[in-house]
Write a protein that binds this ligand. Structure first.
Ligand code: PML
Ligand code: MG
Length: 260
């Protein structure tokens, strides 16, 4: 990618009402693009919005913005796939993985109880000491932005790790890698809001990206994205990192560890 002029390209699509007024979320997308590839990049996100299992959008927005900050390079989290035979088993595993990352058991229990109350399109932030939601974004949540992974490097990584070069895995792993790179993130818990996708994950710097093959039933369009965070005074700096710090995931085969 020509590093001299990099653009953050973002897409969001919804139905029923204007997205900003709380219409039903259909799809979102993020990438970083050089100036010369901007047309191609916009088209990639347009295609994603137009062909989505959550439906056809009646509101669709694609925004391009030049990135002025230096781009931080991050090695992807290590990935492991855990096969489970039922959703219940998937959630038992997710809870025990969250505990391993350092999220207290009672906070996990509280978060799980409140998940149905969080039908937001972005991520919600939960304090691991109080179990309280701390993002203050009500129905929107926080949208992690300005991130990408170049296709060639991603494919090389996927081949070397013998994982299928699946676009969803790519997008989720980019996001989890960015989120978990911040020291205040203890863990992320996520499953898709797409009715045709039931694999989710728990991720953290400590345990890597742990895929769990069933975290909901097919046909269910309720998703979840929670970041468990350590108490801190300046939540704005943390949210600013999630929304504004540009990052590029780049796998370095020769030293397969995380680098900043
Ligand atoms: C999403 O589609 O919004 C999240 C997908 C999470 C799981 C991706 C994977 O590892 O297969
Ligand atoms: Mg989705």
């Amino acid at each position: 990618m020509d590093q001299s002029r990099i653009y953050s390209v973002r897409m969001r699509a919804s139905e029923n009402e204007l997205h900003k007024n709380g219409g039903r979320h259909i799809s979102g997308g993020e990438l970083l693009s050089s100036y010369s590839e901007l047309g191609l990049s916009v088209n990639t996100l347009l295609e994603k919005a137009l062909h989505h299992s959550r439906g056809k959008p009646d509101f669709l927005q694609i925004q391009c913005e030049m990135v002025n900050q230096p781009i931080k390079l991050l090695n992807p989290l290590t990935v492991q796939t855990n096969d489970v035979t039922a959703v219940k088993e998937g959630h038992e595993l997710a809870k025990s993985l969250l505990e391993k990352t350092g999220v207290p058991k009672d906070i996990i229990k509280k978060a799980y109880k409140e998940i149905p109350e969080y039908p937001v399109r972005g991520a919600i932030l939960i304090d691991i000491h109080t179990g309280k939601r701390v993002d203050g974004r009500i129905d929107k949540g926080v949208r992690v932005s300005k991130m990408d992974w170049q296709t060639r490097n991603f494919k090389k990584w996927a081949k070397s790790k013998a994982v299928s070069p699946n676009q969803r895995l790519k997008e989720a792993l980019i996001l989890a890698t960015k989120v978990c790179n911040h020291q205040l993130t203890i863990a992320e818990l996520c499953w898709s809001d797409d009715p045709d996708y039931i694999t989710g994950y728990v991720a953290s710097e400590k345990i890597g990206y742990q895929r769990i093959t069933q975290l909901k039933q097919y046909g269910d369009d309720r998703g979840c994205r929670i970041f468990f965070v350590d108490t801190f005074s300046d939540i704005h700096t943390y949210i600013n990192y999630l929304e504004e710090q540009p990052i590029l995931v780049q796998w370095g085969e020769e030293h397969d560890t995380r680098v900043d």
